[in-house]
Design a protein around this ligand. Sequence first.
Ligand code: SF4
Ligand code: SF4
Length: 355
Amino acid sequence: MNLTLHLTDNCNMDCSYCIREKCPRDMSEEVLYKACDLAFSRGRRAGLCFFGGEPLLRKELIYKALDYCEAKSADTGILFDCKMTTNGSLLDEEFLLRAQKAKMVIGLSFDGKAQDVCRRFADKGRSPTSGIVREKAELLLRHMPDSIAMATIAPQAVPYYSGSVKYLHDIGFRRVSIVIAYGRKVHWTDGDLELLREELNNTSAYIKELFVQGDMFRVSPIDSKISECISGRNPAHKCHLGVRQMPVTPAGDLYPCTSFIGDKDYLLGNVYEGVNDKKVSEIAVRSSVPESCRECDLVNRCTNSCGCSNRMNTGDENRVSPLQCTYERMLIEVSDRLGEELYAIDPGAFKHKYI
Ligand code: SF4
Ligand code: SF4
């Protein structure tokens, strides 16, 4: 079973688009071990994702969870894997050596050239984070060269979009994942979206330039849209309301997805009493395609069925926001054009990259 452990609700950064309510509430060791037991209680694989707030504020809990789960895996034969999403500011050599031993996959939240636009420390002067995070990114890549950079682009950071992709590639990342910022703290205008289209085209031109040189650098969502088009697989359809990766709050409560935390209507149990399977099935059987999308030609390629982001944007898990719809159309248009161009340049290399 896959669980996302919210080790703390606290963070040492104060990003302007952050959707988390920050407070000094940490997970106890008791809840941590119960959550580990729960992950091992179903199926032949136990997966943990260390998350926050900023999970490295509670580094010692991560060490305890790794020791406990590795011993449990050796005893039971159940496979254990782990990952972490971090803002990177507290990474150090000792942690990375332990993470390497556990084969942890680390996603570094790093907005590249736009880092200081929105991602600031939570000190009085909201000081910039770009210097330290760049340093930590280089340290991370020395230990784990396959780590992913995860950037969030808010409207005010759109002019930096393609420049950030290049910057992250130049540092040494082989994979970059970019999402646009959603939620009540951000306000997109038509002008922002026009500029975003231009920046997606610039990014696509950069991916093409690297492809010609034999560099298979991947930028999600552009590259992933191409792969998904070929495979006919839409990951959003498998992830309606996220019940395949269940968050655990510091108090041990279980929810279908991070954006539902605190809403008692979506409480799925807790680490002491286990998962309320009846409630999980009620959520899982809900329609995965919003009514307004059913007749759309792009329905199988669009992430409209992400109930969590729909709820965050429109207040209704089955209603897509105009922003999401416009963005998806843009992405599909840009990635289809890129896919055709790359195939025409070198079909063999294209298959190698995307199939
Ligand atoms: S680092 Fe993450 S949790 Fe912390 S303020 Fe930024 S977005 Fe929020
Ligand atoms: S492009 Fe818009 S209408 Fe079409 S499936 Fe996506 S969100 Fe729905």
